[in-house]
Write a protein that binds this ligand. Structure first.
Ligand code: PMP
Ligand code: GLN
Length: 382
């Protein structure tokens, strides 16, 4: 018997990350698709987790997270961005940024609320909005720079706009927002009740001497913003699924109303380990130069080939245009590359609501140097 059931997310299928990673395994291809490091997390951090478990930190953590960890996060943010976050009220430790994003949207978005987001957009925003009965309003980033047309944003803001989601450094394009972007956004939303969700999971991966423009640097924006962050991205352990959300007290209270009934709290021994690990600022300050070298190695490897690109300004992703190689659809080409040439990537059209296909693939360069060399040798022959 078939139980009559209508899906709440009829347009959603298995994420492209699962699809491409599975194909990479099946066809024994180098996996430059799903964004995760192809090398281990620091042994010191792994030892700290083991020690925390042996020391007996194996029961529930406090709902918002360990106070000492929240304090270290506040210290880091206030030092880097000149903000004034307080550990008592403004931070919650989450199961990765994904849970933080879902919780922000669940706590803030009601039926018919409009949420502005920019396409190509990371794939977890829209389903969360739709599940709450909200309406995603997608604005296309302007190629080739993947920049935001703020006039268009102004036109799309309506009395129903409840939230704007930004993401810098940006997945999948590897571009960043600059100070003018943030100041324009600040002006656009002043005198409105619009909230900002600023997904900053790549805040510590930024290249060529540029600075991360966190919303935390702009007091009027920070007052209406949730910031989401990911330890997995910063400390090479995406499988631990640890992250956090930062927001001023009144917003964080609403966040925690949902969080406490969603997971209540997250992994305790890892929180103990991150508390100690964060005390050494070198552990995150060295990340940009570490990944900049990998970006440069990757780009050096495809120099002179038919792939076209603008070097990524942040994240560990590089977009490559294949328009000089084939006119296949990006999804088809990504699959063929995996099967025939043994290099897996992510097609960009899946991040565009309307399926727009700029003939680009995203390659993750958070891999061992040998893997990057092998992959670019193959790519540059195409
Ligand atoms: N936002 C963006 C832009 C991401 O790329 C990712 C994934 N890596 C996340 C959120 C989710 O982060 P996490 O793995 O910590 O859930
Ligand atoms: N954020 C990672 C990426 O962009 C994937 C995370 C996931 O698989 N959900 O590749």
């Amino acid at each position: 018997m078939q139980i009559p059931f209508s899906s709440k997310l009829p347009m959603v299928s298995t994420t492209i990350f699962s699809v491409m990673s599975k194909m990479a395994t099946e066809y024994n291809a180098m996996n430059l698709s799903q964004g995760f490091p192809g090398f281990e997390s620091d042994q010191t951090l792994i030892d700290l987790v083991t020690k925390a478990m042996n020391d007996g930190h194996n029961q529930y953590a406090p709902m918002a997270g360990l106070y000492a960890l929240r304090e270290n996060i506040c210290n880091k943010m206030n030092h880097l961005y000149g903000s004034n976050y307080k550990p008592e009220t403004d931070i919650t430790i989450t199961a990765g940024a994904t849970q933080a994003i879902f919780t922000v949207i669940s706590a803030c978005i009601s039926k018919d609320d409009e949420v502005i987001l920019f396409a190509p957009a990371y794939d977890c925003y829209e389903p969360a909005i739709v599940l709450q009965g909200g309406k995603p309003i997608s604005i296309s980033l302007k190629l080739p720079e993947f920049s935001i047309d703020w006039n268009e944003v102004k036109e799309k803001i309506s009395s129903k706009t409840k939230m704007i989601i930004i993401n810098s450094p940006h997945n999948p394009s590897g571009t960043i927002l600059n100070q003018d972007d943030l100041l324009t956004l600040q002006e656009l939303v002043s005198d409105t009740g619009i909230l900002i969700l600023s997904d900053e999971v790549y805040e510590h991966i930024i290249f060529d001497g540029k600075e991360h423009q966190s919303v935390a640097r702009f007091p009027e924006l920070a007052a209406r913003s949730f910031i989401t962050a990911s330890f997995g991205k910063t400390f090479h352990n995406t499988g631990w699924k640890m992250g956090y959300c930062v927001a001023p007290k009144t917003l964080m209270e609403e966040f925690q109303k949902v969080h406490q009934f969603n997971v209540f709290c997250v992994n305790h021994p890892m929180q103990v380990a991150f508390t100690t690990y964060l005390e050494n600022s070198k552990n995150y300050e060295s990340l940009s130069s570490f990944y900049e070298q990998k970006r440069d190695l990757f780009l050096e490897g495809i120099k002179g080939s038919r792939w076209e690109y603008t070097p990524a300004s942040g994240t560990y992703f590089q977009l490559l245009s294949y328009k000089n190689i084939t006119d296949e659809k990006d999804v088809d080409f990504a699959k063929r590359l995996t099967i025939e040439h043994k290099v897996a990537s992510i097609p960009i059209s899946v991040f565009n609501k309307n399926g727009e296909d700029p003939k680009m693939l995203r390659f993750c360069f958070a891999k061992k140097d040998e893997t990057l060399k092998q992959a670019t040798e193959i790519l540059s022959k195409l």
